[in-house]
Write a protein that binds this ligand. Structure first.
Ligand code: MD6
Ligand code: FE
Length: 217
């Protein structure tokens, strides 16, 4: 099924497409900040390296992950959760850079979520061929806050489904610099990412980086 997707242009020239109830795609919002983001990401990854986590069911995830902010999302045999310490080092996660927080807050505001205060930024790194299977983001304490998701590097196909795993899915092409924001009635929608197609991005090379900002607590 394909929802009726419609585009509007906001006052400040951002192309905004609603993908579901209270879910929006914002095209090319990152603009000129991408090089700065890359520098900040390198610093974060030096402190808290990307790693493949294991699902509670014992499967190695293909996407590599790390976090910054007051809390980081982790998965292991004991389950999915947020932790204030990186289990790899037992040190706090790197601070969330002000630039990251501002970007997330501004994106949320553009689609009507005022006062979004993310305390966690999950950094997903996709190599060619890796994917993220259909899931809900439900480890946060309060689902009234939206999620803001920033795509960098190679393009990917995002699957956006409904509140039940078997609901029909919409396919969305996510390009470098795009942001997806969702909350409210779509907050617990199932979603995933298809295997990353081969390619070479000018700034990020043969990978896709996704930053998802959440208020976890
Ligand atoms: C990704 N994103 O785009 C994976 N979750 O690489 C997510 O799993 C996600 O983009 C919640 C909200 C937005 C997202
Ligand atoms: Fe997710």
């Amino acid at each position: 099924m394909n929802l009726d997707l419609f585009s509007t242009t906001t006052d400040d020239g951002v192309i905004k497409t609603q993908i579901a109830e209270q879910a929006w795609h914002l095209a090319d919002l990152v603009h000129a900040q991408d090089e700065q983001i890359k520098v900040l990401l390198r610093e974060i990854i030096q402190q808290a390296p990307l790693r493949q986590m294991v699902t509670p069911g014992g499967q190695l995830m293909s996407v590599s992950m790390t976090s910054c902010g007051d809390f980081g999302w982790v998965s292991d045999q004991a389950g999915y959760r947020y932790q204030s310490l990186d289990p790899r080092s037992n040190l706090p996660w790197p601070n969330m850079p002000a630039l990251f927080k501002t970007l997330a807050k501004e994106a949320a505001e553009k689609v009507g979520f005022e006062n979004f205060e993310p305390d966690s930024c999950l950094i997903n790194c996709y190599a060619i061929g890796t994917r993220l299977s259909l899931h809900q983001d439900k480890n946060e304490v309060d689902f009234s806050h939206p999620i803001v998701s920033v795509s960098l590097g190679l393009p990917a196909t995002f699957l956006f489904g409904g509140l039940q795993r078997n609901a029909p899915q919409t396919r969305l092409a996510l390009q470098h610099g795009d942001i997806v924001v969702w909350g409210g009635l779509s907050r617990l929608a199932y979603h995933g990412v298809l295997p990353l197609a081969a390619g070479e991005h000018g700034l990020f090379g043969q990978q896709r980086i996704n930053l998802t900002f959440r208020k976890s607590h």
